[in-house]
Write a protein that binds this ligand. Structure first.
Ligand code: NAG
Ligand code: NAG
Length: 362
């Protein structure tokens, strides 16, 4: 009798959990290596994180294609909205009910422009990501019907992270690059923003209604740039100038799109400011350094790729940068905490906690 009662309670609990699981909003991710959860593993490209020591602190302790020692920013957002991590769009496991959790379309190496990251060969450029998004909707529609599919997309939380590679892997890739001969830096930024606006407008057309848009981090402060361009460990001036031209114009563009639409669809996340907190005062955040990458070689461990033969720090939580470009899981946690609870200086017009509270009421 007692055991029967207990199992009824358990069944009830299980049913309640399953119900909640099905109701958690979908999460969709677009962008570059900062948010790629493994799409590039399925492609013939050199931009990949599919071997040791990538993933050394991931729950499975194996590389997954994430450019992190452990979890990346999308994983930590999934954690907060109560869902499983979104699967890479190219993963064979992304079928059936898994589609309802969302999908990650991001691909390391890409930028706003089609020519960014050309040296990585076969990567999923942003317009291709948007095409896959359409294909995804067709697949969800076949599963739950067109109305439910539309609802899933309209109610989804979306993250897009783009722009860093348009500087690092395009304008500043080589001295006298084609783009730098074509444009002065201020004109290039204006061009990037106008192209980015088209991408965001297309996302809206495809049904996106809540989109976190992250600006670039402090591009000149990453270990790769310190190694290449800095004399005494100060952040590289030109790349910092690029970021400080790009980010405010991105914030303005997002604001102007919202005004045009008449609703707060796009939310600007000031990744530059979020990073600068721990870059200018790493000790306050529990890091021993923000200049030296945990994994790499050469000055600041900032030269070349992170591989099995690289220097590897024993405690990844003590480093702001995992490899020469990408934050450690610990730094990603600090960033996601600000995305959730940051003031308007960081999250404009509102933080993710406010979005979640607002959207759960409607
Ligand atoms: C980039 O490629 C897409 C599709 O391949 C195309 O629609 C778009 O116009 C291109 N952008 C530029 C600036 O050439
Ligand atoms: C989020 O933003 C709002 C408005 O800026 C602020 O009042 C609140 O303290 C922030 N944090 C949380 C957890 O909501």
């Amino acid at each position: 009798m007692h055991t029967i009662f207990v199992s009824w309670v358990l069944l009830g609990l299980l049913a309640a959990c399953a119900g909640r699981q099905a109701e958690a909003r979908a999460f969709l991710v677009f962008g570059d290596s900062l948010v790629d959860s493994g799409n590039n593993d399925y492609l013939a490209t050199t931009a990949r994180a599919d071997s040791y020591p990538y993933g050394i602190d991931y729950p499975t302790r194996r590389p997954t294609g994430r450019f992190s020692n452990g979890l990346n920013i999308p994983d930590l957002i999934s954690e907060h909205i109560g869902s499983e991590p979104t699967l890479p769009y190219l993963s064979p496991q992304l079928t059936g009910q898994n589609l309802l959790v969302g999908a990650n379309f991001a691909s390391a190496g890409i930028g706003i422009l089609n020519d960014t990251g050309f040296q990585f060969l076969n990567i999923i450029r942003i317009y291709k990501q948007l095409e896959y998004f359409q294909q995804y909707q067709t697949r969800v529609s076949a599963l739950v019907g067109p109305e439910q599919a539309q609802r899933l997309v309209n109610e989804a939380l979306i993250l897009i992270t783009l722009g860093g590679n348009d500087f690092v892997n395009n304008y500043y890739l080589v001295p006298f690059s084609a783009r730098s001969r074509q444009f002065s830096l201020p004109d290039y930024v204006v061009y990037l923003i106008s192209e980015y606006r088209k991408v965001l407008a297309r996302l809206y057309e495809l049904g996106a209604r809540r989109v976190l848009v992250t600006g670039t981090g402090p591009l000149g402060c990453v270990p790769a740039e310190l190694a290449q361009r800095s004399r005494r460990g100060e952040c590289a001036v030109e790349l910092q100038r690029a970021a400080s031209l790009f980010n405010p114009q991105l914030a303005d563009m997002v604001n102007s799109l919202n005004n045009q639409i008449g609703s707060d669809v796009f939310i600007y996340a000031d990744a530059f400011r979020m990073h600068m907190n721990f870059i200018s005062n790493p000790q306050a955040y529990g890091f021993v350094t923000s200049k030296i990458a945990c994994c790499g070689q050469g000055p600041y461990n900032g030269v070349g790729l992170c591989t099995i033969v690289s220097n590897l720090c024993p405690n990844r939580d003590l480093y702001a940068f995992w490899d020469s470009f990408h934050p450690s899981e610990k730094a990603n946690r600090i960033i996601v905490q600000i995305i959730l609870t940051g003031s308007n200086e960081y999250m404009n017009p509102m933080n993710l906690s406010t979005i979640l509270a607002l959207d759960s009421k409607t």
